[in-house]
Every structure is written in C-alpha cells, then in structure tokens.
Design a protein around this ligand. Structure first.
Ligand SMILES: *[C@@H]1O[C@H](CO)[C@@H](O)[C@H](O)[C@H]1NC(C)=O
Ligand SMILES: *[C@@H]1O[C@H](CO)[C@@H](O)[C@H](O)[C@H]1NC(C)=O
Ligand SMILES: *[C@@H]1O[C@H](CO)[C@@H](O)[C@H](O)[C@H]1NC(C)=O
Length: 819
C-alpha cells in the first residue's frame, strides 16, 4: 500500500479560510434606543442572511452545474444505446459483466484450485501473484478474450454478445481451463459463476433432477425478464465432476467474496462409475445471511463446478425479449460468432494502426493489440456518490449520485476513475472509437459542480469504496488535477471531421467547459498575472523531505521546499496554455465568441513572458518559483526521557526534515518532467533557443536520458531517488512514466516537422526515444506478463502497480506514430 499512495491525496491540507467570511451581524450601532431597536432588526436580518449564505456555500459544493447534462437522461438505456448496455464494466474482477445502469444485475467469475493450498480468486489482486492476466483482445463493445495464468494452469475467458430484443441482447461466456504441464498430475479446480442483484430485481434458481443448478431466471428494471443457462461442464478427466450451488442474500456486492469463502465446507466427490476413491474438496454449503441485510441487499446465486483440468464451462445469458433467436449462443455458434468479431477487430486494428507496415513482427502486433484491449476491457461503469469537503463543510458531504463510464489506470490497484489519467486514456480510446471517447468525456464533464470543480478521484459505490482506505476517500473542492481532458479534446477535434454526434455533445458540453476553464483560471491562479499555482500542497514542512503536490498528478516531484502563496508552477501554466487554445478552437467550431480565450492563449504562449516567469538560467531549464532551499535532509530525531519519566513512555525516534539553510524566493532547482513542460505541451516556438537547451538535458545520460525512456527527475538532482518520508519511497523522482514519455515523443515528432534550427535534432531524438520505449515495454511485457505503472531507470524493469494498462497503453500510439 505504501508505494502506491499516488493520487490518494490523503494528506491534503485543510485550507485556511482566506476568503472573506459572510457578513456578521451589525454590532456597532447600539447607543440610542431607537437605533438599538433598529440595529436589532437589521442585525437579525443580517444574521439570517449570513447563515443563509453559509448554507448556500455549503450546498454549493454538492450542487451540480446548472447547464443541462451533456448526456440525456436515458442515453445509456438499452433502448438508446443497446450495443453498450452489457459490458465487462467491472474491471476490478477477473471477469464480470453488468449493464450501464445504476443498480445493475451483475455477473462474475471466481475460481479455486483444490490442489495445494486453496486460494479463491475473484477481484484482481496483486497479492494473488498471478504471473500474467489480461485481455488479449477486446473491442470495447462486442467481445473479449482473456488469458489468466494461475499456478500450474491457465484459464481462458471469452465472452461474446449478440444483439436482439429490447434489453441489450444476449451474451455467453466460455471458460477453458488447461494445465500448463500436461504430464504433471491432473489438477482439481472449482469454477464459480455468480449472478447478483444490486438492490432491485429478482432471481430464481432452477435445479435439475440430479440436484444441479441448471438455470436462473430473473427480472430487473432495465433487463426485463431473462434466463441464464448453465450447461453441464465439459472435460474433467478421470470422471470426477461435482456441482454445488448456493442461493442467498448479502448486504451488498462488495461482500460476495466473503459469502463464498465463509460458506465453503469439506465435501466429497465420487468418480462417475462409483469405483475409485472419494475425493475431498471445498464446496459451497450453507450460508447464514444476516438477519437484517438492509434495503439495498443483493440476492445472489452462485454455481460451482469442481473438476479436473482440462475442462470447459459455458454460461449463456438470454434476454426473454429476444424474439427470433437463431439458436443458443454456445458450442460452434459461440466459436463462429467469436471468430467473426475477432477477425473484424484484427482487420480494423491493422487498418487503423498499420503496424505491419512499420515493420513490427506478429508478436509485437499482438502486444499492441493486447495493450489496446486492456484499455478497452478496463472500461467500467460506476454509479454512486463521492464524499467531498469544502471550507464550508467541516464534515464530508455526499455528492449527488451519478454514473461514470470511464477507463481505469489499473484493474488491480486503481480500478476507478481518475481525472488526469482519463485525458491520457482517451487519446488511445479516441483513436480506436471516437464514440466511446465522447461517451466517457461526457460522463466526466457531467460530474462538474456549480463552481466548475470535478472531483479528481471517483470512488463511486460501495464496491469501489471497499478498495480505498477511509481516510483517502474524501475529495477537497479546492484541489485540481491537470485538465488533460483538453488534450483528448484537442485530438478529437484535430483528427478528422467531427461527427455530428460529437458536435452535438460538444455543444452541450460548451457551458461546462467554460466553467471548468474559469474554475482553473480563478482558483489556481498565482499572485502575478499569467501565473498559476496548484492548491492543496502538503502544509506540513516537518514530516516531508519535500511537501507533496498530489493535485499536480506528479505527487512527490520536488517543488518549492516551503509552500507559500508566492509559488508559481510551470506545468500548470502550460496546462492552462493548452486549455486556452482548445477553448478558442471549440468556440470557433461552435460559432461562439472565443476572443478572450484566443487573447489569453496568445499571452500565455508568448515565449518571452514564459521565459521571464519560469526560465532559470542556473538550472538551464524551466522551473517553478517559490520559497525554496535546496539544503534540506531527513534526520532521525531521538527523544530522551526527562528526569523521572518512565523510559518506556518516551516516543520512538522519528524521521524529520531539517533545514540547513533558510529558504528564499527563487527558482526551484529540480530538473525533470516539470522543467520540460513548455516543450512537452508544445508551447515553445520551434526557433526558441530554449528548445535546444532542453534537448541537451533530455539526451544527457547523466540527467534525463536512459535506454528505456526519459526519467522523471535528473540523476544530477539532489532529490533524485530520495525518499520523502520513512514510508514514502521515491515515486516521481527518477522512475520512467509512460504518459510523460508519450508527450515527449509526440512533441519531438511535431518539432521534427516544423521549420526551425532544431528540426533535425528533434527527428534524431524522436527516433531514438521511440525505439527505446517500444523495445523496453515490449521486452518487459514478454518477460513479466504485464504493462507497468512505471519503469526502473537503471534496469528498465516494470515496477509499481500492475497490470497498469491505463496510460502505459499509450505505447500503441507510439508504435503507430499517431500523435
Ligand atoms: C427514461 O426512461 C424511463 C423508464 O423507462 C421513463 O419513465 C422516462 O420517461 C424516460 N425519460 C426520458 C427523458 O426519456
Ligand atoms: C483568466 O483570469 C484572468 C485574471 O483574472 C483574467 O483577466 C482573464 O480574462 C481570464 N482568462 C479568460 C480566458 O477568461
Ligand atoms: C520562507 O519560509 C520561511 C520559513 O517558513 C519563512 O520564515 C519566510 O518568511 C518565507 N519567506 C517568504 C518570502 O515567504
């Protein structure tokens, strides 16, 4: 948990009340009786007004933006959007499907190896230690093929959907279990399928003559009536096949694993011919549901089949509204349908990204296909309320419940929406399917409140909340996160003719985008004109080597040592430059008046003003400015007992920051990602001499260059690979991150196409960096089975959370040279 504290923002400070408090009751006119009476009347009125204002302010944080939502009320319904109704929208489990509805019926897979020490698999957990899992193919809409390598065997999970009827159609699953080493003794494995309601709907089990659960019928608000068929499993060498099932109730979806775990008992299976020895296994038995499971409880039906591998299990979901079904979607029909979609995806992938033409071998193309598939297969549909606070809300308040259709950074560690990650995700998603990207974009913007704030980490619903420690759940309404959705918008608008659907959404989005822009411009501004400052830095200067700036997305990247209002942050200024430009483009496109965005963009993009505010000659790069000293260190503080004190009550030593030289207002000497931002976001004009200077740093192996990509902080920086506290290992202080490397490759590509003195140089760097990134990510994927959160700058090894198929999947665009 400690390493992956990114984005949690637990230590976000509580901001001091700097805004003027609401007017207080008048007090000073108290001498003459008449005046006193008058004052009483006025005072009471003012008091009423004051509390009214306070109340208004406190509900404002949880008041949604007044513009009509971009997504019309039923836009995700099976009538309006049948193709996207069902999906693998539960990225937090190894396999699970649900519908895009607030309280969807959910389905899921679990398995349990009965050989060795049994361990139940359900939600994606790094602790499970699987050597590889993820989607090999997934087109985001119709089908998916996943491979999961557990100890000694592999599960292949396939699903395919079939349109028809009025409720999102049918789908089927096929789970194929294969031993990794056919010559080793056969393994006994249990495969579980469950279906559960989430506060509405009903389920009825149907059991055949042998006591085996053969189907489930049910109803729900948006699914109408449906039937789930559970055919007999195939395979199961040596005859042992046992079926168990459980029908029960639990207080919510996040309890399903516990229900299964707690209802397992020793069971015995008999070989088919009743000849061989009995075999002991863990099987579903009795579960005692809580006596008061709550109104939002789940009905669950769990099916378990226990058998020897190799084996195969199918599950068929059929909508009762499907009038002329050509036959069950199983066996050969399933394979045919799956092959059809697979072929379509392969063709489209080839046509879309043209990797073969760029000389990639088949294995590398499969790698890229898997990276895209995991991004798409990682898209989830969440529903619920964030917990938020503002200076007017000392207690966390519930945000209005809302849906979010979004990709996630990591299925195991961050299976939820993150605002700044999503802008990067959409760069790839939009290249595959603009409609999917618009959908996500619209969902995110619809989460905006009246002030123009969007909570940056979306922990919606009890299932999502169960994965996040309580102290990290609450979001502060003064904290930003890079407005990367503008990156996605820039690309969507530049790519080709914007579809009429996209244009429609954009028109509805416009008032929100305006407010979003203003929120950044008004709340994250610096003291000087045309400067910006991230709010929400750690205020505690004793505990951290450098107080973190979680809101910038770059957590522990070194900033001014002593946070103050004098700070200005160059990365945020560049994000605002981009935002101004995109707002100007959008205004033009929609025929709105975008003059102020254009003007502001001109001012922010003015390289000489940028240099004046942020170029540090000493560093030879762009820099933040603030109250800063380089001379800080973490040291152990030992406590001595005072005379007469019980030595056992002396606190243990602690690591604290010591400041050896007083801070003063100056540029922050930290060379790394932040210093490159005017380059990364292409704010620099192609003939700026600064471009050459930054290229020098980029290509310098003692600074930023590695054979695996660009490191986040220069090797020569005093904070390079320094821990921030005893418990915080370096995060953005050296390791290689793919989102920023993507920005750099795309900037180099662009500068290599523009006339200017650095054109050739940009081209050379572009080629080298691109090759390094692709070779390393591919090599690590083959070796470790995953894409990773970050890569080690010394060895290239993947590290941090995994699989991390959020922005690390941007490698597909680097391979395709699509920027
Ligand atoms: C949305 O669907 C619900 C239920 O099907 C229906 O009652 C409602 O009128 C619909 N709303 C709109 C705006 O179409
Ligand atoms: C951004 O804020 C500044 C300072 O308040 C203001 O002058 C400017 O007009 C704003 N920019 C836009 C595009 O609204
Ligand atoms: C810089 O920080 C130090 C230590 O907190 C403080 O004493 C000093 O006043 C600050 N200087 C400025 C210019 O804010």
């Amino acid at each position: 948990m400690t390493r992956d504290r990114r984005r949690h923002g637990g230590s976000e400070h509580r901001p001091p009340p700097s805004r003027k408090p609401p007017p207080a009751p008048g007090r000073e006119w108290g001498r003459v009786l008449l005046v006193a009476i008058l004052s009483c009347v006025i005072g009471l009125g003012a008091f009423g007004y004051g509390s009214y204002m306070k109340w208004r302010q406190s509900v404002r944080v949880v008041t949604l933006h007044p513009a009509p939502p971009i997504l019309t009320p039923n836009s995700s319904s099976p009538e309006a959007s049948p193709d996207l109704f069902w999906g693998s929208y539960r990225p937090q489990v190894y396999l699970g499907m649900k519908t895009r509805s607030p309280r969807s019926v959910v389905t899921g897979l679990m398995w349990l190896s009965q050989s060795g020490s049994p361990s139940l698999r359900h939600t994606c957990e790094q602790g499970d230690g699987l050597s590889r899992y993820g989607w090999l193919m997934h087109d985001g809409v119709n089908f998916g093929i996943q491979e999961i390598n557990d100890k000694g065997f592999t599960l292949r999970t396939e699903f395919v959907k079939r349109p028809g009827g009025h409720h999102g159609g049918d789908w089927s699953w096929r789970i194929v279990g294969t031993p990794n080493d056919p010559s080793s003794p056969a393994q006994l494995v249990s495969i579980f399928f469950y279906v559960a309601t989430d506060g509405q709907g009903s389920l009825t089990p149907h059991v055949d003559g042998s006591g085996r659960l053969s189907s489930v019928t049910g109803t729900s608000e948006e699914l109408g009536r449906f039937t789930i068929h559970i055919p007999r499993a195939q395979g199961g060498a040596s005859g042992h096949i046992s079926y168990n099932h459980l029908v029960t109730v639990c207080p919510g979806l996040h309890h399903i694993t516990d229900v299964v775990r707690s209802s397992m008992r020793d069971r015995f299976s008999h070989p088919a011919a009743d000849t061989g020895p009995k075999r002991r296994y863990f099987g579903l038995d009795i579960h005692h549901p809580p006596s008061h499971p709550g109104s939002d409880h789940s009905h669950i039906i769990i099916h378990q089949v226990t058998l020897y591998l190799p084996a195969q299990v199918e599950i068929l979901f059929e909508s009762d509204s499907f009038a002329q079904r050509p036959g069950p979607l199983s066996g050969v029909a399933f394979s045919t349908e799956l092959e059809k979609h697979k072929k379509t995806m392969e063709d489209r992938f080839r046509e879309r990204f043209r990797l073969e033409e760029k000389g990639f071998i088949a294995e590398q193309v499969s790698f890229a296909q898997a990276a895209l598939s995991n991004m798409l297969g990682g898209m989830g549909y969440f529903y619920g309320s964030s917990l938020v606070r503002s200076r007017y809300n000392p207690e966390p308040a519930s945000y209005p419940p809302a849906p979010l259709y979004t990709a996630v950074p990591s299925r195991s560690f961050f299976p939820r929406g993150f605002l700044w990650d999503e802008g990067f995700h959409l760069l790839l998603i939009a290249r595959w399917s603009p409609p999917l990207a618009w959908q996500s974009l619209a969902h995110w913007l619809d989460l905006m409140n009246a002030d123009g704030w969007i909570p940056r980490e979306q922990i919606l619903g009890p299932e999502a909340r169960s994965k996040v420690p309580a102290e990290f759940v609450v979001q502060w309404d003064e904290n930003a996160n890079p407005p990367t959705l503008f990156l996605a918008l820039r690309q969507l608008l530049a790519d080709r003719e914007v579809s009429s659907e996209g244009l429609q959404l954009l028109r509805r989005a416009y008032p929100r985008l305006q407010t979003w822009y203003s929120w950044f411009n008004n709340t994250q501004n610096g003291l000087l004109p045309y400067t910006y400052r991230w709010r929400g830095r750690d205020r505690d200067t004793l505990r951290f080597l450098n107080p973190k700036t979680l809101t910038s997305g770059l957590d522990d990247y070194p900033r001014a040592s002593h946070p103050s209002d004098d700070e200005r942050h160059v990365d945020l200024r560049c994000w605002m430059t981009l935002a101004s430009e995109v707002m100007a483009t959008i205004s033009d496109l929609l025929g709105e008046d975008g003059a102020r965005y254009k003007e502001y963009h001109m001012a922010l993009a003015d390289n000489s003003l940028l240099d004046k505010l942020h170029w540090s000659e000493r560093l030879g790069a762009y820099a933040d400015y603030g109250n800063h000293t380089q001379n800080v260190a973490l040291e152990w503080e030992h406590f001595r007992p005072v005379p007469g004190q019980d030595p056992r009550s002396v606190p243990p030593p602690r690591l604290i920051r010591v400041v050896r030289k007083s801070p003063k207002l100056q540029f922050v000497g930290a060379l790394g990602y932040v210093s490159l931002f005017p380059f990364l976001l292409q704010v620099l004009s192609p003939d700026s001499p600064k471009l050459g200077r930054l290229m020098d740093h980029v290509r310098d192996a003692d600074r930023l260059w590695t054979p695996y990509g660009i490191r986040s902080l220069s090797k020569s920086s005093p904070m390079f690979m320094q821990r921030n506290t005893e418990h915080d290992p370096p995060y953005w202080r050296g390791p290689i991150w793919i989102n920023i490397n993507y920005l750099l490759v795309s900037a180099l590509h662009r500068y290599s196409q523009l006339d200017g003195p650095y054109r050739e140089r940009a081209l050379g760097l572009y080629r080298e960096l691109r090759t390094n990134l692709i070779s390393n990510l591919y090599r690590q994927y083959i070796k470790s089975g995953f894409l990773w959160e970050q890569y080690n700058d010394q060895t290239g090894h993947g590290q941090g959370s995994h699989p991390f198929t959020g922005w690390s999947s941007l490698i597909v665009l680097v391979m395709a040279e699509e920027y």
